[in-house]
Design a protein around this ligand. Structure first.
Ligand code: AQP
Length: 333
């Protein structure tokens, strides 16, 4: 049976990129009736330094973001990764399956490490192997992610295939990334060639899910664009990454396509389009932000939900990990 798994790192506050590229699509998958598991991947967050107090806050914020956006913790399994120790255990086994050459090709590590690879944690380097464990621990078949995670989900397939081949079993499924919709890569508002990130330097680069209406309006107003108005065809946006990004955001927020947005707004100047975009974003995000704030005022309730989700996750994970140990030849007595 199909099973969806995906996760978000609590490495800061949630952005519009996380919402459009991930959470909104998770809600759609849950509502389509597919068995779904959504994780706050706190062990991935600590691959770079996290202040412990802030990590706890961000973990609860991601959980609140899921719930406020429509993830129902009764229907989907919602939990934080570190409460299910099988992730780390299977992650170790996959560290012994994945090859250094494969890890060396991971573009996200190269981008994050920059010229300072030697100074990065071993965890940041090994992160895609833990991510493979997150997915395969539940024999998940579909992983909805943004474009930036495509390579990691492909690596998950390589790890599953090598494990199955080396041990002569047909145990781990070959997982498919699900990358669809108009906003699989929401770009930075100040630089249309970089993706919008939680941990980008300036707050003006991103819309946070908890930004208030004035902040959202100000950020779109100051968003970098070229001076030309919106063209009449999508083709003409090809070399205008900032303009294209705002059109894609508009399309995703209004559940339509970039073609339709251009058909309706082609010819509009930024003085017209940006306020329309800001109004739309506020209309969509404000109710979610209000609900997030309400939930975050009750951290004990969030922790209870995560704890209950972790119990349900462990029930699925335990037999799969035990079988993995058996296949590998590790004694459990
Ligand atoms: N800009 C984006 N556009 C579309 N999707 C995005 N995602 C993240 N940014 C965008 C998707 O959100 C999910 C969770 O991502 P993550 O938090 O695990 O890691 P990330 O991709 O590294 O996110 P950030 O925001 O860039 O975090 P930092 O700055 O800490 O590294 C994934 O499905 C991702 O594709």
């Amino acid at each position: 049976a199909p099973r969806v798994f995906s996760g978000i790192k609590p490495s800061g506050g949630l952005t519009l990129g996380n919402y459009l590229g991930a959470i909104k699509r998770f809600v759609e998958s849950q509502n389509a009736g597919t068995e779904s598991m959504f994780c706050v991947v706190d062990m991935h967050a600590i691959t770079v330094w996290q202040d412990p107090v802030e990590l706890r806050r961000a973990t609860r914020e991601v959980a609140a973001g899921y719930i406020a956006s429509g993830i129902d913790p009764e229907r989907a399994i919602l939990f934080n990764q570190s409460q299910v120790s099988q992730h780390a255990e299977l992650g170790w086994i996959f560290n012994c399956v994945a090859r250094l050459g494969w890890m060396n090709r991971m573009t996200q590590f190269k981008e994050k490490a920059g010229k300072n690879a030697e100074k990065q944690s071993l965890g940041l380097y090994a992160y895609p192997s833990l991510m493979a464990a997150d997915i395969l621990l539940y024999h998940a078949t579909h992983v909805p992610v943004g474009e930036d995670q495509k390579q990691h989900v492909e690596l998950t397939r390589d790890i599953a295939a090598k494990f199955n081949h080396d041990y002569g079993v047909d145990f781990f499924p070959l997982t498919s990334p699900v990358i669809d919709g108009p906003a699989t890569r929401v770009m930075n508002l100040r630089d249309g060639t970089k993706k919008m990130s939680k941990s980008g330097e300036s707050d003006m680069e991103r819309i946070n899910m908890t930004d208030d209406a004035d902040t959202i309006a100000k950020k779109f107003k100051k968003a970098r664009t070229d001076p030309a108005p919106l063209p009449e065809t999508l083709e003409a946006l090809k070399d205008r990454p900032e303009a294209r990004n705002l059109v894609d955001i508009y399309a995703a927020l209004s559940d339509t396509t970039a073609e339709t947005v251009i058909a309706e707004h082609g010819g509009a100047g930024w003085g017209q389009f940006k306020p329309a975009l800001a109004d739309l974003a506020v209309e969509r995000l404000a109710p979610i932000a209000t609900e997030m704030r309400r939930l975050m005022d009750e951290p004990a309730e969030i922790d209870r939900i995560l704890g209950r989700g972790a119990e349900r996750a462990r029930e699925i994970a335990a037999p799969i990990l035990s079988r993995t140990y058996e296949i590998v030849g590790l004694i459990r007595s």
